[in-house]
Write a protein that binds this ligand. Structure first.
Ligand code: ADP
Ligand code: 5GP
Length: 205
């Protein structure tokens, strides 16, 4: 099998939606996997984060991110409108709280694609959340993907690779690891994990 998972267990009969967090080093393929999953399953809801980063070519406001200025981000933080937020490689990113809580209250599974710091904060505030780590097949392949994407300047790539060494060292903090060899396989496995019941993590430990 191209994608490997660790720590997963069979789907129990009592399926309740839960919050799933997908993290992994920059360039590993998180956006690609999520985009593929949503192409096959448009009903899957993904939280749209706010960020102070400038849009990449093709990125749309309100679709990929809410692109905001520093002052607007300050306000979101001050007003308690973010479930979590973090600074990553020189920009700030945060998850709008209300939309996530509304979906969970409506009984729908929720997916966050956020960095390691954000994943740790979510674990603290929502211990029932399921943390999924997306790992590269190798370090060299991660470097190839990040540079091959062609969206960041060399100094930004350096910062992101420095962050990646820290993130890769934290893999054991996650409930499950998926290795991104095949986008299709990982997208399928991620969806299956999202549909797993709340509380399953505790009972499978
Ligand atoms: P992230 O969102 O984790 O920063 P991206 O989704 O932007 O990463 O992917 C980084 C680059 O790697 C992109 O050019 C993407 O096309 C490529 N990529 C993603 N998954 C795979 C894969 N399984 N095999 C080969 N290339 C991939
Ligand atoms: P990028 O600039 O490549 O889109 O994202 C950089 C990093 O920020 C990635 O690891 C991505 O998962 C993370 N990120 C995106 N949105 C959020 C968010 O709302 N909160 C946190 N903590 N990280 C985020």
């Amino acid at each position: 099998m191209a994608a490997t998972s660790r720590g997963t267990s069979p789907v129990p009969p009592d399926v309740r939606p839960r919050l799933t967090v997908l993290s992994g080093p920059s360039g590993v393929g998180k956006s690609t996997v999520v985009a593929h999953m949503r192409k096959v399953h448009p009903e899957v809801w993904l939280s749209v984060s706010a960020t102070t980063r400038k849009p990449r070519p093709g990125e749309r406001n309100g679709v990929h991110y809410f692109f905001v200025e520093n002052e607007e981000f300050d306000k979101l933080v001050a007003n308690g409108e973010l479930l979590e937020w973090a600074e990553f490689a020189g920009n700030r990113y945060g998850t709008p709280r209300r939309a996530v809580l509304d979906r969970l209250e409506a009984g729908e599974p929720v997916l966050l694609e956020i960095d390691l710091q954000g994943a740790r904060l979510v674990r603290e505030s929502m211990p029932d959340a399921q943390l999924v780590f997306l790992a590269p097949p190798s370090w060299d392949e991660l470097v190839r993907r990040l540079t091959g994407r062609g969206t960041e300047a060399p100094d930004v790539i350096e910062r992101r690779l420095a962050a990646a060494t820290v993130e890769l060292a934290a893999e054991a903090e996650f409930d499950t690891t998926l290795v991104n060899t095949s986008v299709e396989d990982v997208a399928r496995e991620l969806l299956a994990l999202m549909l797993q019941a709340s509380g399953d993590r505790e009972s499978s430990d």
